[in-house]
Design a protein around this ligand. Structure first.
Ligand code: NAG
Ligand code: NAG
Length: 378
């Protein structure tokens, strides 16, 4: 065990020597392109060895075990003990290897003051386009919306007292139901106990004033919680995009909805899928001839919508039960950190994952005034 540690450190020192001879001005770009465990010194600073020694076993285990271990250590406060040795807030960049990104992100979260919104633990893997399980803590703003104890939709945490969901999730209520938000949840089966879950009652909700259930126009609703959420590694508020921004071409949707378009087939855990994203105009132009019934897409699409789909191929989509969940795009924030921004809320689709049929999302940039007003007023 100790032999492996010292060989890692040794490799690290070698790189250090070589690079000081080359040029120190490229230090930042070197940090951003850091690939290997030994490169961590450029990201974490001179005392990176302690960090590597503590986590080397997980680093060799791959990205997910490392993410899980770091997430536990953030939650229980252990990682904070490294903060005193940190000389600067670590750089995180998309060109780094997954292990370097995980390490830098975790140390940032444990040690650096961040803006109120946050990013999940794991960075999306580039290898698979298709539905796959999320990593625990990957999208910690994604919560379950429960009606009388049953999962009806997902929702997105905006601050410690508010979450946003799709208005249609609340459209069949008769009054007297118990509505709750279950934050920090990973598994679908609610009888399985999980650490870090926070289950709070919704004291009031507000559907958009001009929500129209026939066409799902303005399909957003604000939920106000009875007690504030406590932010942890598994429960954090979402980052909303800055005004005037545009979604990336490829974004990610997460949810606990059915994983089959024909059956109601519940997933075991929170699922994610990467999809191509379209604004209203692009969506109409791309899908007007293929969506069913022919010519109806224009009836459903407004400026309040974004679309997402697996191109024209179908086979990947959000579906029944995913409503209210986030459409998230990875972007660099002003402090040069990659964060997920929630651009959309799962709204509707006529037939999930059918080729040529886009999924519809409420476009949060379009609803920013409404969101800000309702965050203040309740
Ligand atoms: C949920 O978990 C409980 C306890 O392990 C188990 O008895 C039950 O069958 C599970 N339900 C489903 C739908 O898997
Ligand atoms: C939609 O996206 C296209 C392509 O990126 C862009 O040219 C167009 O301005 C966008 N339209 C709106 C309304 O944002």
């Amino acid at each position: 065990m100790s032999a492996a540690v010292s060989s890692l450190v040794f490799q690290g020192l070698l790189v250090l020597l070589v690079v000081t001879h080359v040029q120190s001005q490229s230090q930042l770009s070197f940090a951003q392109n850091a690939q290997t465990i030994s490169d961590l010194q450029y990201v974490l600073g001179a005392n990176y060895k302690m960090f590597v020694a503590a986590y080397w076993r997980y680093m060799y285990g791959g990205c997910d075990p490392l993410a899980t271990k770091l997430s536990t250590d953030i939650a229980n406060g252990y990682l904070k003990s490294y903060c005193t040795y940190l000389t600067q807030c670590p750089v995180v960049s998309s060109s780094q290897s997954c292990i370097v990104q995980q390490s830098a992100t975790a140390v940032r979260r444990a040690c650096c003051k961040e803006s109120t919104c946050s990013y999940g633990l794991a960075f999306p893997s580039e290898k698979i386009i298709g539905g796959q399980p999320a990593v625990i803590g990957e999208f910690p703003w994604t919560a379950m919306l429960l009606l009388d104890g049953r999962l009806i939709c997902a929702c997105v945490i905006l601050d410690d007292r508010h979450a946003i969901t799709a208005a249609h999730c609340l459209s069949r209520l008769v009054g007297g139901e118990i509505i709750e938000v279950l934050a920090g949840r990973y598994q679908y089966n609610l009888t399985l106990k999980e650490e870090g879950n926070q289950r709070v009652k919704v004291t009031s909700y507000k559907q958009h004033e001009v929500y129209d259930y026939r066409y799902l126009y303005n399909d957003v609703a604000m939920l106000t919680l009875s007690t504030p959420l406590l932010f942890t590694a598994f429960v954090t508020p979402a980052c909303l995009p800055p005004r005037g921004d545009n979604p990336e071409l490829s974004c990610t949707v997460a949810g606990w909805g059915t994983i089959s378009s024909r059956l109601i087939l519940a997933p075991q855990v929170l699922m994610k899928v990467k999809l191509q994203t379209y604004n209203k105009t692009e969506c109409f132009n791309t899908f007007k001839d293929t969506s069913q019934p022919q010519g109806s897409l224009g009836l459903y699409l407004t400026d309040g919508n974004l679309c997402a789909a697996n191109g024209l191929l179908g086979g990947q989509d959000s579906c029944s039960g995913d409503s209210g969940g986030p459409l998230m795009c990875l972007k660099k924030s002003s402090d040069n950190v990659l964060r997920y921004y929630v651009f959309g809320i799962v709204s509707g689709a006529s037939d999930c994952a059918r080729p040529g049929e886009p999924g519809l999302y409420s476009n949060l940039l379009y609803y920013m005034d409404w969101i800000e007003t309702n965050l203040r007023s309740s």
